[in-house]
Ligand binder design. Structure first.
Ligand SMILES: [Zn+2]
Length: 156
């Protein structure tokens, strides 16, 4: 059964937060460094959607390089920093070999959030920086995928 709400799904690394060597860049206080134009763009675009989510592959958790709690703390920090645009968030702690249902390009995180929050996936948008994100959006039945550089207006 399809939900009713239009949602904006956002990737984390390379989309909302800066990464280097596939790790989130943190500042001297241990908090994430956000990508350019994120605050301004979300302030403008968020009202066009009923709900907004972070969906993030976090294979470093499965490798023991960071805890799920720390990743969630960073998401919560960004939510406060940006004026609470996010309705909820999901992370996938697995690697490719785990064959889970949630690691993008699999649609598990989108489907779980849609069920929980009454989301109409076909009317929703995913913003991400990788082909995994694009394919995850397609596999979840989203009509729209937007490259992060286009959504946030980064120079080429
Ligand atoms: Zn997973």
């Amino acid at each position: 059964m399809s939900g009713t709400k239009r949602a904006l799904f956002l990737d984390w690394g390379g989309t909302l937060a800066q990464t280097r060597d596939n790790r989130t860049v943190v500042d001297a206080t241990g908090n994430p460094v956000l990508m350019p134009n994120v605050a301004e763009t979300l302030a403008r675009e968020r009202p066009r959607f009923d709900s907004c989510f972070i969906v993030s592959n976090q294979a470093r958790i499965g490798r023991g390089e960071i805890t799920a709690a720390e990743v969630r703390r960073r998401f919560a920090w960004a939510n406060e920093r940006l004026g609470r645009p996010f309705t909820d968030w999901r992370l996938c702690p697995h690697g490719d070999d785990d064959r889970c249902a949630c690691r993008k390009p699999r649609p598990g995180m989108f489907l779980e959030l849609a069920k929980l929050h009454d989301v109409d996936l076909a009317a929703s948008t995913h913003v991400g920086d990788s082909d995994r994100d694009r394919d995850g959006a397609a596999n979840a039945g989203l009509a729209t995928f937007v490259r992060a550089r286009d959504f946030f207006g980064w120079p080429p």
